[in-house]
Write a protein that binds this ligand. Sequence first.
Ligand code: SAM
Length: 411
Amino acid sequence: MKNTAKTHFSEEEKKHTKIKHDLFTEALKASLSIANSLNYKDNSNIPFMYIDLYAGAGKFCNDKEGSPLIALNLISEYLDKRSFEHFEYIVAENNEHNAKCLDKNIEKKRKDLKITDRDLKVALYCGHWEDLMNELSDYVQARKWGFVFVDPFSLELNLPELIRVLNHNIYYKDIMILINKNAQERVLGKPESPDIQKICKYFGIEEKALQRLINHIKRNKKGTNEDIIQYLTKKALQNVDKDFKIYAGISRTREGELENADRFYLALLTSSIGVADSFLYKYSELLEEKEFNNNGGQQSLFDSSPQTKYTNLEETVQNIIYQNTEISLYKLTKTLFNVFLSWKYTEDNEIPHRRALTVALNNLLSQKKIQFEVIGKLPTGCVNTVKNKVLAKAFNSKENLKHIKIKVLNG
Ligand SMILES: C[S@@+](CC[C@H](N)C(=O)[O-])C[C@H]1O[C@@H](n2cnc3c(N)ncnc32)[C@H](O)[C@@H]1O
């Protein structure tokens, strides 16, 4: 059944929605934790903003919590630490019934978690968030850290407009956007239908330009609707100055079960390697769970040892290094982290999270396919030159990664 604002929260949380929430939770948790450490390091307590533009009702009928309540749970873990002066919590919900439920759910949650007005400044807007574009834009500009969640059902979004609002002082803010690939593909399958206007609006493209793009990708390049969507998405988000733009494919739930297909992309735009890594690690866990279930509860043979587990990732890493002859570990990570990952086709052991990447690099080092060199000053514990190994600590910061150069051995 098609999701509508009315029915969505009166049903149980669907399996794919749980996946979205698991990934959202990990990314927001990491975002808070990193802002907390930076506040601590700078001996400051700058507030954290949480913005949820398509907030929903807060709860499903089986009591499972939606994004605004999940965010409150995570925020509450920082209240005793007093590392943030306070939190700013801006939620917009267009549907009146949902907004009323959300208001009640937030109030109850605040009471349960003993969150005071002083600690949490709440602004709940019942209406289209687009009505607040100018105010939001100024507000985002004035804040240092934060997390923005953009979770529309379908095509009710204008990406360039959203980016115009958010793309200020953006460095320390993380953005997560749910992209309904399925709805887009449905429309692209009928390019003569008036619905094509929705795609034009979504990506901020004129109809003629879209028709030319469709012809070019489909006829000249023999590409698919998915290629068109990936191209348009990347283009719409190209001006957001973020080191990592990860698009994780998510399936949808059909008759209570997850399909083995890519129906949504959950896009994470971040400049924090820690946020990107937490998101990727969770995604690999979810894929592992999927593969385990698809295998009828059998562990994959390749999962047994780290020496064999990451062979696919090793190959990808090796190809990138060989294409470049030499590359900083930062650039390599950036290349690997800017990807469209597929729920259907990507295997858990291909996800380049920090642990997997460390193993893949060390396998290539021990096979004498690559070598590394330290450029300038690097904190201790990032590499072991005696054992010829890159250590997980290298991935703790982008600065560390910039000081490690990887080269083809004898290349
Ligand atoms: C997928 S649901 C949000 C789910 C929520 N983020 C969660 O994780 O529980 C999308 C919600 O956005 C609301 N909505 C749609 N267009 C909107 C707009 N322009 N401004 C604010 N809310 C909107 C819908 O009423 C619906 O409740």
